[in-house]
Design a protein around this ligand. Structure first.
Ligand SMILES: Nc1ncnc2c1ncn2[C@@H]1O[C@H](COP(=O)(O)OP(=O)(O)OP(=O)(O)O)[C@@H](O)[C@H]1O
Length: 847
């Protein structure tokens, strides 16, 4: 039997009784407790049948399709009483003119909450209670339900009430857009009326219609003594309390008791407190369901079988759940790239880890490759790479940057663009336009997901690095869809990113999927404010570039809290890797580089045609060794520049790497410790060279002057052996080198002659100058800069450097543990991590 028909009959029965009841209005004082009449029993029996029919229909979507009959109390007539029933839910609401500071109202509210929770399928009614007038006391007797998680604590402050209304509005919008009916009813119980704008919002919810899945019970409406008319409520049955303690029920919307708008013509004794035993039993039952449902954890994100899916048509991952439904997001043609926002501490890292582990469990490394970049201080992606404590890694990870430099970010983007171009050629070769159409018989081409956390750092600086990053991102965003290259850009703030050189739309227009964590509303449409009140552990997922209509609120599990499950998964995936799989290339921005650990250094053997001077590791995807070949071209000399004492370490690394390429006796090392700060490392260099069997001469400034004189004179039969002149603090010798001899010739003249001619005879200078100006003066001005073609700039201001080099687009900000490598002969300019001698690690202030 339909609910509407039931109400029709109940109303007819009330009307029939009306003639008997009119008199009752006047004779209330004599009224006895109502005896059971046959008619009442009949109505009760019918309602029970409705209740049974309702219970037999467990499908929540159908459950709330129409109003539910809910008893408020017992109507009294001279012939006896009958249950006073009103419709609730399905677009109908209830208003009581007194608020819950009246004990009868408070008891009724508690009873209604309990009845609706008890009658509906478990989990299908969500209660939101507002109680600013009594600071939550109205719902205190229901605290077992709060403790069981069946209802949340009531909102009592203005901010909490606003947040509850936000949530109710979101619920209503989502329900209105859902195609499958209303799976959940939100019962919004206001124990007293909120004021001002909040009252308007509460009233608006009563007009939202049956599809909104919201039922409002408003106590204290209309507010007494309000100077102006309160906002009208829609679809609401009004109840009025009289001084005698009876309630008068108005006509329910759509099913009036009266034909003249006077409502039920019988006074109603409102039902009192719900039995404590029933509340406790309900709390037990719902608590169990709540526990079961809320135990959605990290493992629920994982597929039943690992690596079982193909990425041919896209990648999919469970990102959390909405209500009881898992929410799946894809990297495919519709949502090729994702934009994730959330204030710091909002759970962004956890969300990304959830997604990445979910993907890595679902797709094998043949189907998926990961590039992970993190620009902030932190440990976001550390767990994807082998560490001293845990040798495992995620076999999908190709490159992982932790505390990355912007230059490293650009290097990764360049690598991705190279891959994109390779794929474009492969598609052309096969005459297809999409990755999915490539024949998958050979080696499948994995889809690539590149995650860039705190990506806004890339654009800080408005310099050449930022410009290159923007142009690479734009290209990858535009073309990535067709070539299976997907970007996830995450940031705590979108402000400042607007200044993307006018490319905001062309880049972010390619990011239809938006994920807003708490405080991450910047990734949503300007009119979409849904992310403001979100708690940690939830997010708005929106596949329509953030338009409010497409919001889904998602709860995601805390991967950090499931460390054991996460570690187990990582180990399983690691064990399943193909034999010979390489760990990801890892860049840890905070790590120093030591020449002894460098693979190129370790592979050096005597006998190479052109000796290589190793100075550091390049900030690129594979951290390739940063080196200069010292061939016979005039100017193949190395200048390390900057006040940072790391300069001595770089010189030491270059020297020992050269020594390794020579058998003892085949090269001469002239080592000149010229400044006190370099003495220690210079002495260590001499000791190491000597221990390796090389002939070493220690020079002071005067000795250096003499050697330069000899080296500048063109030898008739060439020097006896290759010669490396190592000047630790060349500026320390400037005075002596600048002095002219009896022939008006200075040491600098000899130096300059040697710089030009030396390489042809196997003579190379490796020097550390503490200032660029000094270097420039020593070589005879910056017009001679090609005479020392190999430069490692430490803490030299970018502007000074660019002026010296004549490179106007140079983007270099001196910072600790970094240097700029410049090779003027092959136009190489690279950011490097300079080699530092163990125990002489960079200081935090300078370099
Ligand atoms: N789903 C969740 N449920 C409960 N707590 C969570 C959840 N997700 C994250 N958290 C907690 O929130 C805190 C912050 O998470 P997370 O480190 O991911 O934040 P973040 O946005 O990356 O912050 P930051 O940018 O400062 O690193 C952590 O303590 C984490 O355990």
């Amino acid at each position: 039997m339909g609910l509407a028909a039931t109400f029709g009959r109940a109303v007819a029965a009330h009307r029939q009784a009306r003639a008997h009841l009119d008199a009752a209005r006047h004779g209330l004082a004599q009224l006895q407790p109502p005896p059971d009449s046959g008619e009442t029993a009949d109505i009760v029996a019918r309602l029970r049948r409705v209740g049974e029919a309702v219970s037999a229909e467990p499908e929540p979507a159908r459950f709330f399709a129409g109003p539910l009959p809910v008893r408020l109390g017992v109507a009294s007539t001279v012939d006896g009483g009958f249950p006073a029933v009103v419709p609730l839910s399905g677009g109908t609401h209830l208003a009581i003119d007194a608020d819950a500071r009246d004990g009868r109202v408070a008891a009724l509210l508690r009873t209604l909450v309990v009845r609706l929770l008890a009658a509906a399928p478990a989990g299908s009614v969500r209660v939101s209670a507002l109680d600013n007038a009594a600071l939550g006391a109205t719902f205190l007797p229901l605290r077992v339900l709060v403790e069981a998680g069946a209802i949340p604590p009531p909102a009592t402050t203005e901010a909490e009430i606003a947040a509850a209304l936000d949530a109710a509005e979101r619920h209503a919008r989502a329900a209105q857009q859902a195609t499958t009916g209303t799976p959940e009813l939100l019962l919004l119980v206001a124990a007293s009326l909120p004021e001002g704008r909040a009252l308007g919002r509460l009233a608006a919810l009563t007009h939202a219609g049956p599809t909104a899945g919201v039922c409002v019970i408003a106590a204290g409406y209309p507010p007494r003594g309000a100077g102006h008319a309160p906002p009208p409520l829609g679809g609401t049955t009004h109840v009025r309390l009289d001084p005698q303690g009876y309630a008068w029920i108005g006509d329910p919307p759509g099913h009036p008791f009266s034909s003249d708008g006077t409502g039920l013509a019988a006074p109603v004794r409102l039902d009192g407190e719900p039995p404590a035993g029933a509340v406790a039993a309900l709390a037990d039952r719902l608590g169990e369901v709540y526990r079961r449902e809320s135990s959605f954890g990290f493992t629920d994100l994982l597929p039943s079988r690992p690596w079982a899916e193909s990425s041919g048509n896209g990648l999919r991952a469970v990102v959390g759940r909405s209500g009881r439904e898992p929410v799946i997001c894809a990297f495919d043609d519709q949502t090729p790239h994702w934009l994730v926002g959330g204030r710091t501490g909002a759970g962004k890292t956890v969300f990304l880890l959830d997604v990445l582990y979910g993907l890595a469990a679902r797709y094998s490394p043949d189907e998926l490759a990961l590039y992970l970049l993190d620009f902030k201080e932190g440990v976001s992606f550390t767990e994807f790479v082998p560490t001293g404590r845990d040798p495992s890694w995620i076999p999908h990870a190709r490159a992982v940057g932790i505390e990355s430099d912007r230059e490293y970010g650009v290097a990764v983007l360049r690598e991705l663009r190279r891959e994109l171009n390779r794929r474009a050629s492969a598609l052309k070769r096969h005459g297809v336009t999409k990755l999915a159409d490539l024949p998958r018989d050979g080696k499948p081409v994995p889809r690539i997901v590149a995650v860039i956390d705190e990506f806004h750092v890339l654009f800080a600086g408005n310099d050449a690095v930022a410009r290159e990053a923007v142009s690479l991102l734009e290209e990858l965003a535009r073309k990535g869809r067709s070539y299976g290259i997907h970007l996830v850009l995450a940031s705590q703030s979108m402000t400042g990113i607007e200044a993307l050189y006018g490319k905001t739309d062309s880049i972010f227009g390619q990011f239809p999927l938006r994920v807003a964590l708490p405080g991450g509303g910047g990734v949503l449409d300007a009119l979409n404010e849904a992310a403001g009140p979100l708690p940690v552990g939830s997010a708005i997922v929106n596949p329509s570039a953030g338009l409010a209509a497409a919001n889904t609120v998602v709860q995601f599990p805390d991967a950090h809290a499931s460390a054991a499950d996460v570690a187990q998964l990582r180990h399983e995936l690691w064990q399943a890797r193909k034999p010979g799989s390489r760990p990801p290339a890892v860049f840890k921005g905070y790590e120093s580089a030591h020449v002894e650990d460098d693979p190129t250094y370790r592979g050096l053997v005597p006998g190479g045609r052109r000796p290589l001077a190793l100075v550091g590791r390049t900030v690129d995807v594979d951290l390739t060794s940063a080196l200069f070949p010292l061939d016979a071209t005039p100017g193949r000399h190395l200048a390390v520049v900057g006040t940072s004492p790391v300069g001595a370490s770089v010189l030491h690394a270059a020297t020992v790497s050269l020594a390794r390429q020579h058998t003892p006796g085949s090269a001469r090392f002239l080592v000149a410790p010229l400044v006190a700060v370099a003495d220690e490392i210079a002495e260590e260099t001499i000791a190491e060279l000597t221990a390796a069997g090389h002939p070493v001469d220690r020079l002071d400034a005067a000795g250096l002057r003499d050697e330069l004189r000899k080296l500048a004179a063109q030898p008739a039969d060439g020097p006896p052996a290759r010669t490396f002149l190592i000047g630790y603090g060349m500026d320390g010798a400037s005075g002596i080198l600048g002095a002219r001899d009896e022939n008006f010739k200075s040491g600098l003249d000899d130096l300059q002659a040697m710089l030009r001619q030396g390489p042809a005879y196997g003579v190379h200078l490796l020097g550390w100058w503490r200032g660029l100006r000094r270097l420039s003066d020593d070589i005879g001005g910056s017009s001679n800069r090609d005479d020392v073609a190999c430069l490692v700039a430490l803490n030299v201001p970018g502007s000074e450097l660019s002026m010296y080099l004549g490179l106007h687009d140079l983007a270099y900000t001196p910072r600790a543990n970094r240097a700029l490598l410049v090779d003027r002969h092959d136009q190489r300019v690279r950011l490097i991590v300079p080699f530092v001698r163990a125990g002489y690690e960079h200081d935090e202030e300078g370099n």
